[in-house]
Design a protein. Structure first.
Length: 371
């Protein structure tokens, strides 16, 4: 098989498109194109043109990729802006395909819902002038983090955080955070009633730069791909994590941190959207009232979330993640959610955002977050 990174010589044209994936080796044959996703994580985002109808797209995948994509589908768009899943058919082990009877003049095909700098710009335009809304830009070492802030911070109010994009390719979490900001800006959620006595900060994408690069989580200033979400405990974390960590730890010391929920996505690899926190980290362990409070908050926050499920493990699965670092160093209770793409798309992400925000209002006391 003569794989290529560029047009294979036929009429069909395949172009690499960033913000959600990278180019993959492919070959064209008539009105069919086959992509090899078996190496490098299987993340792809391309624009295909110059074909006739119907268009057949075939993906060669590994075992975990096959499970994820069969649950999620291939993400396609005819305009490069509005994406929806289409079901894939399993032809054989490691070989999935879909036939597009009406693909239009051009088709964007991706294995993640794209979210990057252009989406942030669109969100900023939407939020401008919204209900109790403002946008702050954190800066360090030529990296920036847009923070969408709702409510007036008087230096005393409780502050809640929703943070997406710790891992740039886990875009269902980014889109869920984006939806939260839109709901808050339009006064379309009961959470707006909290803004008289608290502040809500939404960070849909921690590193817009990383979303434009091939690395799956975070790309350093030197161009190295690293697991950025696990750098909270580093002596000198990457700029974006350092900026947000400084805000969070300052609020913990002031006993002003409320809910901190990082939003991730296992994509279609898990049929459930899972929320969790941990019972112990380092020499600290949740006991008594705070442990009971954490368990109750987990069940409260996930109630009504599409495909929702709560977990309360003993320890973190990987050192250095926010929940591990903040509990071990400061005794703070923070949370993570994994938003599934299994059997749901943007409507499901929007509903997840709506329910999470509504459920925050059902927790009467956030003081147990800080010891």
């Amino acid at each position: 098989m003569d794989w290529t990174w560029t047009d294979a010589g036929g009429v069909m044209r395949v172009e690499h498109h960033f913000e959600g994936g990278i180019g993959r080796p492919y070959r064209t044959e008539g009105d069919a194109v086959t992509f090899d996703l078996a190496e490098g994580g299987g993340v792809m985002h391309v624009r295909i043109s110059g074909y006739g109808a119907p268009l057949r797209i075939t993906l060669l995948v590994g075992g975990k990729q096959e499970n994820m994509l069969m649950g999620q589908g291939l993400i396609v768009s005819r305009d490069g802006y509005h994406y929806e899943p289409v079901a894939l058919e399993k032809e054989a082990d490691g070989r999935l395909s879909v036939v597009m009877d009406d693909p239009g003049e051009a088709l964007w095909a991706a294995t993640r819902y794209p979210y990057g700098a252009s989406a942030l710009a669109g969100l900023a335009m939407h939020v401008a002038g919204g209900h109790a809304a403002g946008v702050r830009l954190l800066r360090k070492d030529r990296r920036t983090v847009p923070v969408f802030e709702f409510g007036h911070d008087d230096g005393h109010k409780m502050v809640h955080y929703f943070i997406g994009g710790e891992d740039a390719w886990e875009t269902a979490g980014c889109i869920t955070a984006d939806a939260m900001a839109r709901l808050l800006a339009s006064n379309g959620t009961p959470a707006c009633e909290m803004l008289d006595h608290s502040v809500i900060r939404v960070i849909p994408l921690l590193s817009a730069y990383s979303a434009s690069q091939p690395g799956s989580s975070y790309t350093t200033m030197e161009g190295e791909s690293i697991y950025g979400a696990a750098t909270w405990g580093d002596l000198d974390p990457p700029p974006e994590y350092s900026l947000v960590r400084d805000e969070i730890t300052g609020l913990i010391k002031a006993k002003r941190l409320g809910l901190m929920l990082t939003l991730h996505s296992w994509q279609g690899g898990n049929p459930n959207s899972v929320i969790e926190t941990i019972r112990s980290a380092g020499h600290r362990r949740l006991e008594g009232h705070r442990r009971e409070w954490a368990a109750t908050v987990l069940e409260t926050l996930i109630r009504g979330v599409p495909k929702g499920h709560a977990e309360f493990p003993e320890k973190i699965w990987h050192p250095g993640l926010a929940r591990d670092y903040l509990l071990a160093e400061y005794g703070a209770i923070t949370f993570r959610a994994e938003v599934t793409t299994h059997g749901q798309g943007r409507k499901g992400f929007y509903e997840t955002a709506r329910v999470f925000l509504a459920n925050v209002t059902k927790v009467a006391d956030w003081k147990p977050v800080c010891p």
